[in-house]
Design a protein around this ligand. Structure first.
Ligand code: FMN
Ligand code: SF4
Ligand code: SF4
Length: 312
């Protein structure tokens, strides 16, 4: 699964690009990457990821002149002014909504680009995610020219066994190729949503009682617990985009507003992080399907997730 030691030249160039851009971000208020080499378009892709699917997609939609930027890093650095020929955004849907941090980012960011696209990854049921993003981004003053979804491994542990999920063929390469071709011609398109999908989302919201303005924004200390198999490796500290975990003399403690991205529970090498008992919770009342199965995208390393999300 871990590809740390085997990266292609293309991946290496992209990673170098990310490192270079991090220093640009750190030293300037305005991130400006409009092309200075003739007609070649400069594309910036912003991403949020818990288990690597979205980082993988962002990499697949990049070429040598694309810069990939992690939204948790931009939020940490408060670098919210971004300019390029094309700006793309890739995020996982949570209850058909964006992660709370992505919502905050779009509300605060100043994006300047001739073409804006968003790719929303999901695992089983997208409902009206495209319309939800269209509404949120328009309200924030950023209309997106192209919004599409992409089905991938579903990392929602309460309902799915990760060992079964990874065996399913969800036609990712073919779907990615189609999206890539659309973007190459700067297609203006939003994936259509059906009345049935809108109804299913309304039903989901009524059942879960989630707030449509905050979605899956939770409290980490309420939902997670750490068993005594923890070896104190600190991976959870580095992969949390909220910086909620701390190593203490007795082990590990977590506290704070939580994106519910599952980066901590899925990336713990000891599988020591578990859901706390929440019997009355409509989503987590029955715990999880397989506590011994954990997932990270096969093309993405633990170090990649740390680089994307680390808040320290
Ligand atoms: C809190 C949470 C809620 C989710 N909600 C949905 C959902 O409503 N529909 C769906 O198909 N997948 C859902 N998923 C699955 C993710 O959207 C999907 O696995 C995504 O590709 C993960 O991206 P990442 O690996 O970049 O974090 C959810 C996952 C989490 C953690
Ligand atoms: S990632 Fe797991 S094993 Fe490592 S410190 Fe955190 S809880 Fe412990
Ligand atoms: S505590 Fe876990 S689920 Fe919550 S934001 Fe941090 S890594 Fe994500």
């Amino acid at each position: 699964m871990n590809t740390d030691n085997k990266i292609s030249r293309r991946d290496a160039l992209k990673r170098m690009g990310t490192a270079v851009i991090s220093s640009v971000v750190a030293s300037s208020g305005l991130l400006s990457l409009v092309s200075c080499e003739g007609k070649r378009k400069k594309r910036i892709i912003l991403y949020f990821t818990g288990t690597g699917n979205c980082l993988y997609v962002a990499r697949q939609l990049a070429n040598e002149s694309t810069e990939l930027l992690s939204i948790p890093q931009l939020m940490k650095l408060k670098k919210l002014e971004i300019e390029a020929d094309e700006i793309g955004l890739v995020y996982p849907i949570y209850g058909h909504m964006p992660p709370y941090m992505v919502r905050l980012f779009i509300q605060q960011a100043k994006l300047k680009a001739g073409y804006k696209f968003a790719i929303l990854t999901y695992g089983a049921r997208k409902c009206d995610a495209v319309e939800i993003w269209d509404g949120i981004s328009r309200k924030a003053g950023h209309a997106f020219d192209y919004i599409n979804t992409l089905i991938m491994v579903d990392n929602w542990l309460p309902n799915f066994d990760m060992n079964e999920q990874i065996l399913m063929d969800k036609h990712i390469p073919e779907n990615l190729q189609r999206i890539s071709a659309d973007l190459a011609e700067q297609k203006h398109w939003h994936e259509p949503v059906t009345e049935e999908e809108r109804r299913m989302h309304q039903g989901f919201m009524a059942y879960t009682g989630l707030n449509p303005e905050t979605g899956f924004l939770m409290r980490s200390e309420k939902y997670f617990t750490v068993t005594d198999t923890c070896i104190g490796c600190g991976a959870c500290v580095s992969v949390c985009p909220r910086g909620n975990y701390k190593l203490i003399s007795q082990g590990v403690k977590m506290r704070g507003d939580c994106e519910f991205c599952f980066a901590c529970i899925q990336n713990c090498p000891q599988k020591s992080i578990r859901f706390a008992k929440n019997e009355s919770d409509p989503l987590l009342g029955r715990g999880e399907v397989n506590p011994n199965a954990r997932y990270r995208n096969e093309h993405i390393s633990l170090m990649d997730i740390k680089r994307a999300n680390n808040q320290f």
